[in-house]
Design a binder for this molecule. Structure first.
Ligand code: ADP
Ligand code: MG
Length: 319
């Protein structure tokens, strides 16, 4: 049996790119660049709650870090350092090596140093604390949306939830769409470049982890505004083209979790710049509604013009 220290040395110790002191001492030493604020976030993934225990470990390694990177993207912050706390039921070296491969693939994609962590025996639980930098005063919070702002969403929300439905055998998709949606679920792409570029454009932002409408409600609460979502402007066509049930596609788009797209508010004068940004990043950015003065009132405008309050949506672990 490898010891805890062998495991750490073998699988979680890599040369650091920009860390004064990383894995191996009692604490890491981080040197933020002058004028920067540290943006810090923690996310935990628990087997049976957030993923199936038999999930491919390499994909899991990617996702464990990627969901944390997404939180920094949503602040307009640049990810720099990660800390990894692992509870493992046993020292399965093949599993740990594959997990580490996925984790470091994501770390390399975003130039993140693994600067420390903790490793212990227990029910499979993966927790990352991520630390990033953002210039003082430049972070984009959830609280800045104003009535009259446009409501935007990046990419193709709904794919991850369709991937989950596909894994449960609920969709009857062809092999290509099955693979595409499962990949979206297991290998989310955090929108870091978008988050950084939106520093000067977005008035409020968050990443969609628990469903578009549910997370939008959080943003409305923090900003003290309402919103109208235009159903006709939602990117539903690409999902429906997969052949999945249209009602399921709509539900996945509006209330499915795990997409890690960015939802943001921006003044209408920025529309042309945001469209140009979409072209530059080769990432669709959809303008799907507007913010209103009606505090926390969320409405859907259907294609026929009718306004309706959406049913409860989003995921709550304790509801
Ligand atoms: P301590 O007993 O002081 O908490 P540990 O034995 O837990 O130290 O950890 C030794 C070193 O290895 C520390 O620098 C810690 O940050 C690092 N470390 C432990 N587990 C991990 C991990 N899963 N990934 C990265 N670094 C880790
Ligand atoms: Mg420890």
């Amino acid at each position: 049996m490898p010891s805890e220290f062998d495991l750490i040395r073998r699988h979680f110790t890599r040369p650091a790119r920009h860390t004064e002191l990383a894995v191996g001492d009692d604490a890491a030493l981080l040197a933020p660049r002058p004028g920067m604020r540290l943006a810090v976030s923690t996310d935990m993934l628990v087997a049976g709650t957030h993923f199936f225990a038999d999930t491919n470990p390499e994909g899991l390694g990617w996702k464990t870090l990627a969901v944390n990177v997404s939180d920094l993207a949503a602040m307009g912050a640049e990810p720099r350092w990660a800390f990894l706390a692992l509870a493992l039921p046993q020292a399965d070296e093949a599993w740990i090596a594959a997990f580490a491969r996925g984790f470091f693939a994501c770390a390399d994609a975003f130039a993140i140093d693994l600067a420390g962590g903790d490793t212990t025996r227990g029910p499979l639980t993966l927790s990352v604390t991520i630390v990033g930098e953002v210039p003082a005063g430049a972070a984009i919070t959830r609280g800045g949306a104003r009535a009259g702002d446009d409501l935007w969403i990046s990419g193709q929300p709904g794919r991850a939830a369709l991937g989950l439905a596909a894994l449960r055998g609920e969709t009857g998709l062809d092999a290509i769409h099955h693979a595409e949606f499962v990949n979206a679920l297991q290998r989310p792409q955090p929108r870091v470049a978008l988050g950084l570029a939106l520093r000067s454009l977005a008035s409020a932002m968050l990443d969609v982890s628990d469903g578009l409408l549910g997370d939008l409600r959080h943003l409305l609460e923090c900003s003290g505004t309402g919103a109208i979502v235009e159903v006709g402007a939602l990117p539903l066509a690409a999902l429906a083209a997969s052949g999945a049930d249209p009602a399921l596609c709509r539900r996945c788009l509006l209330a499915g979790g795990d997409d890690y797209e960015l939802l943001f508010a921006a003044a209408p004068r920025h529309r042309a710049e945001i469209d140009a940004l979409s072209a530059r990043l080769d990432l669709p950015l959809h303008r799907i509604g507007e913010f209103t003065p009606a505090r926390e009132r969320l409405l859907l405008r259907e294609a026929d013009g009718g306004l309706a309050t959406p049913a409860a949506c989003g995921y709550d672990h304790f509801a």
